[in-house]
Write a protein that binds this ligand. Structure first.
Ligand SMILES: C[S@@+](CC[C@H](N)C(=O)[O-])C[C@H]1O[C@@H](n2cnc3c(N)ncnc32)[C@H](O)[C@@H]1O
Length: 356
């Protein structure tokens, strides 16, 4: 048991379908660092995995950080599983298990995996939402925002996993998916990647992205990432041999540099480096490390396009490239990686030297 009454020794993680193996490597490694051992239950393309603890589960609840899990969209501590929900009364067994856990909650998320198969469950979820919430309210199981969040994860119409997340150590979004609106003026859908990265990595985006700051966007064309900078009134050099959207150039705060992103350097240090070049991830990692080591930028957000095989190893190697380069330069930098919802066969990195 972890966390007291009625809580099982398992962790449920959501991930991008097809990345279950990487998500498994991630949790096994993070758990091992905390002295916790266990095994993974996963099905290919299912969009979620389970980590079942063999011993030492309490450390996971106390010390496992969602931000350290690169491939997980959500971190849920399991309360229990029900695999024979009767179609005529799904509510009673679910409420019985919740009651047994002895927990109260800030909110309830009804969820499925992010797969095509699971989409057929959306009608069921919609119908079930109000009765479940009413039942929780009736038993006074919903309280303030600091309480854990209840997750009711439907694997099928008859199988459900109940669990909870800590609102300070989990994704704030149902299914771990931010519902971002595509801005009408943006020239490419890639814009949502940088929008999500700002929201995910920056504790206070309004303080980190201030009008008048400067940025370089490597691999900028046609300008989806530059759009996110311009909309925050950040002066941007867009580096790409390809054409940029003319509306961005007309803004007066974008300069288009037709140059190789691996050779370009600004005359003066900039606040932000962003990089979405389709290039080998190790090369991009080394480039970002150079910029930070040389003091050419203070913060960086960069996309790493992953290979088809050994993707987890690739991420580990890229992190080492950056850490080793910065250690050599005696620069202290905080680095984080996440496979964001808008990332496909890729992950996003964030590195900061801190703000004064
Ligand atoms: C995925 S697209 C970037 C999309 C852009 N972030 C957006 O939101 O519209 C990748 C871009 O990287 C550029 N690119 C690839 N290698 C480059 C290099 N060595 N130097 C500059 N740009 C490069 C390509 O020309 C292409 O426009």
């Amino acid at each position: 048991m972890i966390g007291g009454q009625g809580v099982s020794d398992a962790i449920l993680l959501y991930c991008r379908p097809g990345f279950e193996k990487e998500c498994a490597s991630d949790i096994v490694q993070q758990a091992a660092l905390l002295g916790v051992h266990g095994y993974v239950r996963a099905i290919k393309d299912a969009g979620h995995i389970r980590f079942v603890v063999a011993d030492g589960g309490a450390a996971l609840q106390d010390h496992l950080r969602f931000s350290d899990l690169i491939f997980a969209r959500q971190l849920i501590h399991q309360i229990g599983e029900i695999d024979n929900l009767p179609a005529h009364d799904r509510l009673s067994p679910i409420m019985a298990m919740i009651d047994q856990s002895g927990l109260r909650f800030s909110d309830v998320f009804m969820e499925t995996a992010d797969t095509n198969d699971a989409k057929s469950l959306s009608v069921l979820l919609r119908k079930f939402k109000v009765p479940l919430r009413r039942a929780l309210e009736k038993k006074d199981l919903l309280g303030n925002e600091h309480l854990p969040r209840l997750h009711v994860f439907f694997e099928s119409g008859t199988e459900v996993v109940l669990g909870f997340s800590n609102p300070r150590n989990a994704s704030p979004w149902p299914m771990g998916i931010p519902r971002l609106k595509f801005p009408a003026g943006a020239p490419s859908r890639s814009t949502l990647k940088l929008d999500e990265a700002f929201q995910f990595f920056l504790a206070h985006p309004d303080e980190a992205l201030v009008p008048g700051m400067t940025a370089v966007d490597l691999g900028a064309a046609p300008g989806g990432w530059t759009y996110q900078l311009v909309r925050r009134h950040i002066r941007t050099v867009a580096v790409d041999n390809g054409p940029m959207d003319s509306r961005l150039l007309d803004s007066g705060i974008v300069q288009h540099a037709r140059a190789d992103g691996f050779r370009y350097r600004p005359l003066k240090p900039v606040d932000w480096l962003v990089c979405d070049m389709v290039e080998q991830p190790h090369r991009v990692a080394a480039l970002v490390a150079d910029w930070l080591a040389e003091g050419a930028c203070r913060e960086a957000i960069f996309n790493l396009k992953l290979p088809m095989k050994k993707r987890y190893d690739c991420v580990t190697e890229c992190r080492s490239i950056i850490e080793e380069r910065l250690a050599k330069a005696d620069r202290r930098v905080v680095i984080a990686f996440k496979q964001l919802y808008h990332d496909r066969q890729e992950i996003t990195g964030y590195a900061t030297r801190g703000r004064s």
